[in-house]
Design a protein around this ligand. Structure first.
Ligand SMILES: *[C@@H]1O[C@H](CO)[C@@H](O)[C@H](O)[C@H]1NC(C)=O
Ligand SMILES: *[C@@H]1O[C@H](CO)[C@@H](O)[C@H](O)[C@H]1NC(C)=O
Ligand SMILES: *[C@@H]1O[C@H](CO)[C@@H](O)[C@H](O)[C@H]1NC(C)=O
Ligand SMILES: *[C@@H]1O[C@H](CO)[C@@H](O)[C@H](O)[C@H]1NC(C)=O
Length: 173
């Protein structure tokens, strides 16, 4: 049978564990924030949000392509839903394989709601048509010292538009 002392130690440990779990904080005081929003790209027309600055050198391949985006982050999949920020950066064709993998470097710049003025920096690989997982490598404002990941999946596409559903899981102070 356990001694009273060891019972107290066990009880304290369980209490600490439950506190630790209930507020979702790490031992260093970081918070986990989950954000859910939609990424809207317009590929052509008057409100185009992407430009292709260097074309790929071969047909049926993105390899060598460089594109710049200033895409919209909205709170819904509908193109008229509320704008909450922009996704600004580069997409480059970085794979010679059939998967046409891209290297993307993006800042998510939030312009509405409680994260207005804060940014997240994303650096990662994209293979279109898959669930895209990318690392969050930093942030500013409320997202200082951020790290985490984003998941994106295509929910709508036309010849001139692309909509991705995004989940971002962010550790930050
Ligand atoms: C482009 O954006 C403007 C301003 O938001 C809007 O009035 C117009 O309908 C858009 N054009 C197209 C083709 O979506
Ligand atoms: C790509 O395809 C177009 C149209 O089929 C052709 O005119 C062009 O020469 C091709 N370019 C290369 C680099 O193969
Ligand atoms: C976001 O912050 C900017 C700068 O502080 C401010 O001008 C703007 O009104 C804010 N937007 C919203 C929707 O709160
Ligand atoms: C898909 O995108 C097109 C173009 O923006 C839009 O007209 C259509 O309503 C969207 N479909 C869905 C299911 O959101």
């Amino acid at each position: 049978m356990a001694s009273p002392i060891s019972k107290i130690i066990l009880f304290s440990f369980l209490l600490l564990l439950s506190l630790y779990k209930s507020n979702g904080s790490s031992p260093h005081g970081e918070k986990m924030t989950h954000m859910h929003f939609y990424f809207h790209e317009i590929l052509s027309g008057p409100n185009q949000t992407t430009v292709n600055v260097v074309k790929a050198q071969k047909n049926n391949s993105f390899f060598g392509m460089v594109g710049i985006i200033d895409d919209m982050l909205r709170d819904g999949a509908d193109p008229n839903s509320k704008l909450i920020g922009r996704a600004q950066g580069l997409a480059t064709g970085a794979s010679m394989e059939q998967d046409n993998g891209l290297l993307t470097t993006l800042n998510f710049v939030f312009t509405d709601g409680s994260y207005n003025g804060s940014t997240l920096s994303i650096f990662g690989r994209v293979v279109l048509g898959t669930v895209i997982e990318r690392p969050i490598v930093g942030g500013t404002g409320q997202f200082r010292m951020a790290r985490g990941y984003t998941l994106a999946k295509q929910v709508n596409s036309t010849s001139s538009t692309l909509v991705l559903e995004m989940d971002a899981y962010i550790w930050h102070y």
